[in-house]
Design a binder for this molecule. Structure first.
Ligand code: NAP
Length: 314
């Protein structure tokens, strides 16, 4: 069959790890990247302190190191926005499909033939879905503290959420802002214990627990949040210049949902070997159904998916 051995969709840690393993295995592989920038979510992470051997590394630097590693091994990258994967449909390809997978990856304006596909498209941030959020995006509403935090130097801001990202954002912002309100809907954080301990060192972080953001207020820019205490029912305005929303992630699986099995949240169902419901189609990284979404598990997924492909095809 003409075309590639393996197409890797996405160039975050899972995709780049897969590219490294594919190159070392001598596979004819290509990485399709949507944004034209490798690294995925890690690029906007200020500090990564749980990637072995690189304590405290900046997320952008880590992403670039992974890309350089893949480049050094000769990995091939192309800009392409993937719309769908479908079984290869030419007569010549039918036998290959039967024997070893065989797929057409349909992109915006072009398509690729391949024996196998690793879907490593990652995930994107969720919205709060409250009045003012969409209207004031970029005018005080942000989803990336490391990208936009510097605009709020010396000001009062809020972070919404209680996971790793929310606490990382609150700590990052506490270093540059006057005051940070950390608004969480429960009184316990989902974030790891190390971050919860680190949070206590910052006197300018005020916890606003059991509370939800009801509205983001302002005309040309954010000037207040309407916040409701779920226990007392009290609603009050918090005067802030910005809000950083960190309420979780949504898998980027829309293009594949009708082709491979996904769970109720849209994560692609696959075990640690990456194998999905379709032969020679694998899921790796944050888009895969799994318990722990970390950079270190994403890179492991990339390696496992390539190894599974080799077992299934070669
Ligand atoms: P997350 O762990 O899913 O946390 C989302 C937080 O937002 C939760 O505290 C949740 O509250 C809250 N939330 C969800 N919907 C909400 C709503 N509508 N209104 C108010 N609050 C809402 O998401 P994340 O922090 O973005 O992290 C995503 C994944 O990346 C996680 O698996 C995390 O471990 C991983 N991560 C890894 C690293 C690393 O490897 N160094 C760094 C950052 C993140 P509840 O707690 O009440 O559900």
């Amino acid at each position: 069959m003409a075309g590639y051995d393996l197409i890797i969709i996405g160039s975050g840690p899972a995709g780049l790890s897969a590219a490294i393993y594919a190159q070392r295995a001598g596979l004819n592989a290509v990485v399709l990247e949507k944004a034209g920038v490798s690294g995925g979510q890690v690029l906007t992470t200020y500090e990564v302190d749980n990637y072995p051997a690189l304590p405290g590394i900046n997320g952008f630097d880590l992403g670039m190191k992974m890309k350089e590693h893949a480049d050094k091994l000769g990995a091939k990258f192309e800009d392409a926005s993937v719309l769908a994967i479908r079984p290869a449909d030419t007569a010549a390809d039918a036998a290959a499909t039967e024997a070893a997978g065989g797929y057409t990856v349909v992109c915006d304006g072009k398509s690729y033939e391949t024996k196998g596909v690793i879907i490593a498209t990652g995930a994107h941030h969720a919205n709060l879905n409250v009045p003012g959020e969409a209207e004031l995006q970029g005018m005080g509403v942000s989803y990336c503290a490391t990208c936009d935090g510097a605009f709020f130097r010396g000001k009062d801001v809020a972070v919404a959420g209680g996971g790793d990202v929310a606490l990382e954002d609150a700590i990052f912002l506490a270093r540059i802002c006057n005051k940070v309100y950390l608004i969480h809907r429960r009184d316990e954080f989902r974030a790891n214990k190390a971050l919860q301990e680190a949070l206590k060192q910052y006197e300018n972080i005020e916890l606003v627990l059991n509370s939800t953001v009801e509205e983001i207020k302002g005309t040309d820019s954010v000037n207040a949040l309407s916040v409701k205490n779920k226990l007392s029912g009290e609603v009050k305005d918090l005067p802030v210049s910005g809000i950083f929303i960190a309420v979780g992630i949504i898998p980027d699986s829309d293009a594949f949902k009708d082709f491979v099995d996904v769970n109720e949240k849209g994560y692609i169902l696959a075990g640690e070997d990456g194998r999905t419901s379709k032969k020679c189609i694998y899921a790796a990284g944050d888009v895969r159904s799994k318990a722990l979404r970390q950079i270190v598990t994403a890179v492991a997924d990339g390696a496992n998916a390539v190894t599974s492909f080799q077992e299934d095809v070669l």
